[in-house]
Design a protein around this ligand. Structure first.
Ligand code: GLN
Length: 447
């Protein structure tokens, strides 16, 4: 909490700090500790964790960084939060994000941008920028973020920390505010690969409250860390080393690949031919789902309602016009358009077919290799304001992370070097569905 006080004036990584609650919990924990024997102490006992502000924590404000939820206080815990709480974690606050997790820079937040701890003139990435900045600045030991198209991995790369997007269905989405339900997953942002494994152990597993959470066994990911990497096969997709990628990013990632080879990993080139359609496909599917999911913010439920209106329809219109920011409105309009009669077949249905092709491309690659190695981002952290006037430029910053969500696969981003400005560079490891163990194991040796 002292560290938060020290860093927040510069970073703005938190929307809400649950100072008093956390202190009270810590005091109780201190007392409890004197009574408990060593093996009675739960594995996250007293560990200070922050949570992205689109995930519900009971009796704490949850804003999604939007005016429309500015004063919404959550009546319940998300399943992930409940599971962390049961293991003794203490929540220190709610992290800043792009409004409704739509963005790659944390600049669309109603509560102002978060700054990158490595260079305060630069963005921390997004949308989980507050989480990544907090972990990088040590104002949280770990955080939970959400990843719809890269929102855990890209900010982790920009801030020099570890970010893991689990397989779709590995972690319950109950209590995560829906953005694009077929793509959203919650995952850990941490200082180390080991911490990511700790958190994944706790938050994973089927949940009766989320019908898309998968009934598959959850291995012990900490044990997975100790395995051998020798003999594993790594694929390097040639489509991920395109023109336009910063040469320093490319070099650092290639160095990581060389290191893997030295450790006995067999490296081969693979092809993911439909990669070039991933961003376009995502920007049809994600806004389509968002336009439907965000229909619930109507001024009747939740908190914000416009003041002067003539009738019900006028109240809806004014509430949404005043409550949502520009990027959210843009997504709602695109989504409403692509789902409308007459355009549905040409856009939404077509995008779903391309999504299947992208998925099949990964399946083909995984018939040859155990995991894939790619850059996380084409460049290191950009300047605040640099891309805000050009949504397409902003969308392209997720070019290497988005296909993973379309295919539902797990992927981890971890630091692999610095550029000449001293900014962190990340490398991405993509795994087979439900095989987070392999990418964690490989990440652990690369760290
Ligand atoms: N940057 C992407 C978007 O704006 C991904 C966001 C996310 O993963 N939540 O939609």
């Amino acid at each position: 909490l002292e560290r938060i006080e020290e860093t927040e004036p510069k970073l703005n990584a938190y929307i809400t700090v649950t100072d008093e609650k956390a202190r009270r919990k810590a005091k109780v924990a201190d007392e409890e500790l004197t009574r408990l024997s060593e093996d009675e102490v739960p594995e996250l006992f007293g560990i200070p964790i922050s949570i992205k502000d689109n995930i519900n924590v009971e009796n704490v404000r949850m804003t999604c960084a939007s005016k429309i939820l500015e004063n919404f206080v959550s009546p319940y815990d998300a399943t992930v939060v409940k599971r962390l709480r049961e293991r003794g974690a203490i929540f220190v606050g709610k992290n800043n994000l792009d409004e409704f997790a739509m963005g790659s820079s944390t600049e669309t937040s109603y509560f102002g941008p978060t700054r990158n701890p490595w260079d305060l003139e630069r963005v921390p990435g997004g949308s989980s920028g507050g989480s990544a900045a907090a972990v990088a600045a040590r104002s949280a030991l770990a955080s939970l973020g959400s990843d719809t198209g890269g929102s855990i991995r890209q900010p982790a790369a920009f801030c020099g920390v570890v970010g893991l997007k689990p397989t779709y269905g590995r972690v319950s989405r109950y209590g995560l505010t829906a953005f694009a339900s077929s793509l959203d997953q919650i995952g850990p942002i941490t200082k180390s690969v080991e911490d990511a494994a700790y958190l994944l152990n706790v938050i994973s597993g089927q949940d009766s409250k989320d019908a898309t959470s998968a009934k598959v066994p959850v291995p012990n990911f900490l044990e997975a860390l100790n395995g051998e990497v020798k003999g594993l096969k790594a694929g390097v997709p040639k489509e991920y080393f395109i023109e336009g990628i910063d040469p320093q990013v490319k070099e650092s990632v290639l160095n990581a690949i060389k290191l893997l080879e030295k450790l006995g990993v067999e490296v081969r080139e693979v092809s993911l031919p439909n990669t070039k359609y991933a961003v376009e496909t995502y920007y049809i599917i994600a806004p389509a789902e968002a336009s439907s999911n965000l229909g619930r913010y109507d001024g009747v439920r939740y908190t914000f309602r416009a003041e002067n209106y003539k009738d019900l329809i006028d109240m809806y219109c004014k509430t949404r016009a005043e409550g949502f920011g520009d990027e959210v409105k843009r997504r709602i309009m695109i989504g409403t358009y692509t789902l409308s009669a007459g355009y549905y077949d040409a856009y939404y249905l077509r995008a779903q077919k391309v999504r299947t092709l992208i998925y099949q491309g990964f399946q083909n690659a995984f018939s040859e290799v155990d995991f894939l190695v790619t850059p996380v981002t084409p460049e290191t952290a950009f300047k605040i304001g640099e891309k805000t006037d050009d949504p397409i430029k902003m969308y392209l910053s997720d070019i290497f992370t988005i296909a993973v969500n379309l295919a539902g696969l797990p992927a981890i981003s971890l630091p692999c070097g610095f550029d000449d400005k001293g900014l962190p560079i990340g490398v991405q490891l993509i795994g087979k569905a439900f095989d987070e163990g392999t990418i964690l194991k490989v990440a652990n040796v690369l760290e």
